[in-house]
Design a binder for this molecule. Structure first.
Ligand code: ARG
Length: 588
């Protein structure tokens, strides 16, 4: 496994060295290298440096060019405009670099030098409640970040912080104790996710109705919460049944999403119950939290309500109950002290940003977060309907996730079926690909816009063959695989001695950027930049096809070289899509 430096980074290094030779006063100055339409790269940094050190920019640029030692990487470097450098790479260097990438199973992508342990909090639905599109976003974005971080060598620990604790369980458990057969199954192994959810919904509605109409039941339900928190055995056993029933449902949705969630990683709010008292004690003893009207509170200078009064983070209520914040603070202690986290990453709705801001600040004051451990919320926006309004059914109810995924798969299957003959697909392949295309479409739509932005859930657009969609990328991949199958004797082989057409150069230089893109996305938690990279890659491939015949190229060597280029493109697409959690079928 050899990592391959990108051409951009090598050129950058040459320029930086030449720059410090030409202008030693500037120290390690950045030549500001960019991809460019005029040449392969343009360096724009010299202008500002010349101004700063009172020199003539064009003169300095010429000095820099003279200071670059002879090498076989640069074909041409010219001073242009007020002091830019336009840089052209030799065709040979491009093909050689790509050949080094192709020889590596990781496509030459290096491991991060500063890898640590990230505990990622994602895919966290709530027990006894229907999942909504927000839970889908957390799952999709979180799963992509897990893959991307692991690919860079980061150790990743997954935590699904499900909502499985709180006062509503008193009501549910009490109801079940009084109506013991309502969760009985003839054969628990055959309960579908849908049935599990409809059972829970029914129980929830029935217990809620009783709670609201019957004072005595209300009292019994409240006492049941105390029993639950005290660890009463029968109460705990009933609670466990709700959790188990909900998990049947959660897993059915994750399964539809083609996503692996492992039971040991599901550590919900209840998992921190035993730490809550100590968390409060530590905060109170250190003075980070103070009692205010009986409640244990943390105050912040910059967090105020509409009336101008400070709004505290309440760690413990005046009746002694613990809430969401106490659990999250305990989870931080666990993740840092027991799991050895160096980064805590939370993939959670932007509407919870104030909560996390206060929780992180509290943990910092308590010393649980410090210079060695950082906490980040990867906040995501709201999912909107096609009309730009919050996503609801026509009747105004939340859209059921399973219906949504089923519809995506149905539409995608219709798209795939149309090309059945042409692609030579069996009936089974139509079904399987329909699923990969449909689920891929939902994931890609979510991942291809910047997470913090709201996005419109529009199935028509998502399964469209043209434009920035997953199916466009999946077709690009399948098309290459089809060419490779038709290549017969000809093998993908790099020929550095051949001149490259402009479309080959553009494709090659973009392929070379894969590792840098992954590193950037891993560091900034912005998977949409990987989606954008892959879309551009597919677009470069489309232009390449328009201009460069592959199997009908002029010479056998050119056929091999073009097969080599498309093969590396396919492998890069496959790897990139896998990082986003999207499959790439071999035939479409
Ligand atoms: N269950 C919560 C919800 O549905 C999300 C949990 C987020 N994670 C956390 N550590 N608070 O809104």
């Amino acid at each position: 496994m050899a990592s391959v430096p990108s051409l951009a980074s090598t050129v950058q290094q040459h320029l930086a060295d030449a720059l410090s030779a030409a202008l030693p006063e500037a120290g390690a100055a950045d030549p500001l290298l960019r991809r460019s339409d005029r040449a392969d790269f343009q360096a724009n940094g010299i202008l500002a440096l010349a101004k700063k050190f009172k020199g003539n920019p064009r003169e300095l640029a010429t000095k820099v060019v003279d200071a670059i030692p002879a090498n076989d990487l640069l074909k041409d470097i010219e001073v242009s405009g007020p002091g830019f450098l336009n840089i052209t790479i030799t065709d040979e260097a491009i093909v050689k670099t790509l050949a080094a990438r192709a020889a590596d199973a990781r496509l030459g992508v290096p491991y991060a030098t500063d890898a640590g342990t990230t505990v990622i909090d994602y895919a966290q639905p709530n027990v006894a409640k229907e999942m909504h599109v927000g839970h889908l976003r957390s799952a999709v974005i979180g799963a992509a970040m897990v893959e991307i971080l692991e690919f860079t060598g980061e150790k990743v620990v997954r935590r699904h912080h499900i909502g499985d604790w709180g006062t509503q369980f008193g009501m549910l458990i009490q109801y079940l104790i009084e109506h013991p057969h309502e969760l009985d199954h003839k054969d628990a192994a055959t309960v579908s996710g849908e049935e599990a959810m409809s059972n829970l919904n029914r129980l929830y509605k029935a217990s809620r109705a009783l709670f609201d109409s019957d004072e005595e039941f209300k009292d019994r339900a409240r006492r049941r919460v105390v029993d639950l928190q005290a660890g009463d055995e029968q109460t705990r056993a009933m609670w466990q049944r709700f959790v188990d029933e909900s998990k049947i449902y959660f897993y059915s949705v994750f399964d539809k999403l083609d996503m692996e969630i492992n039971d040991p990683d599901v550590v919900g709010e209840s998992g921190y119950n035993d730490m809550l008292t100590e968390t409060c004690r530590l905060l109170e003893e250190s003075g980070v939290a103070v009692r205010s009207n009986g409640a244990l509170c943390v105050f912040f200078d910059d967090v105020k309500g509409p009336d101008g009064n400070p709004v505290p983070l309440i760690v413990q209520k005046s009746d002694g109950g613990f809430g969401y914040a106490a659990t999250d603070l305990s989870a931080i202690r666990d993740r840092v002290q027991n799991l050895g986290a160096t980064t805590l990453l939370y993939v959670v709705d932007a509407r919870q940003s104030l909560h996390f801001k206060m929780v992180f600040e509290t943990a910092r004051r308590a010393g649980w977060l410090n210079d060695d451990v950082k906490a980040v919320q990867l906040a995501f926006g709201t999912v909107l309907g096609k009309d730009g309004k919050p996503f609801k059914t026509r009747e105004g109810e939340t859209v059921r996730l399973e219906d949504l995924l089923d519809e995506a798969v149905e539409r995608a299957t219709a798209v795939v079926a149309e090309k059945k003959e042409k692609a030579g697909l069996s009936d089974e392949e139509v079904v399987e690909n329909g699923r990969y295309v449909g689920i891929g479409a939902v994931k890609y739509a979510d991942l291809s816009t910047s997470a913090v932005r709201d996005y419109k859930f529009d199935l028509d657009q998502m399964v469209s063959l043209n434009g920035d969609t997953s199916v466009y990328l999946q077709y690009a991949y399948a098309r290459i695989r089809s060419i490779l199958r038709k290549a017969g004797e000809a093998e993908p082989t790099a020929h550095p001695e051949l001149p490259l057409a402009p479309a080959e150069r553009a494709l090659g230089l973009h392929l070379d950027q894969f590792g840098e893109t992954v590193a950037e996305v891993a560091a900034s938690y912005e998977p949409h930049k990987l989606a954008a990279y892959l879309y551009q890659l597919a677009s470069h491939l489309t232009s390449f096809y328009d201009q460069c015949p592959v199997l009908k190229a002029d010479t056998p060597a050119q056929v091999e070289n073009r097969l080599f280029l498309v093969d590396l493109t396919a492998r890069t697409l496959h790897q990139g899509m896998a990082l986003l959690g999207i499959r790439t079928p071999e035939r479409l």
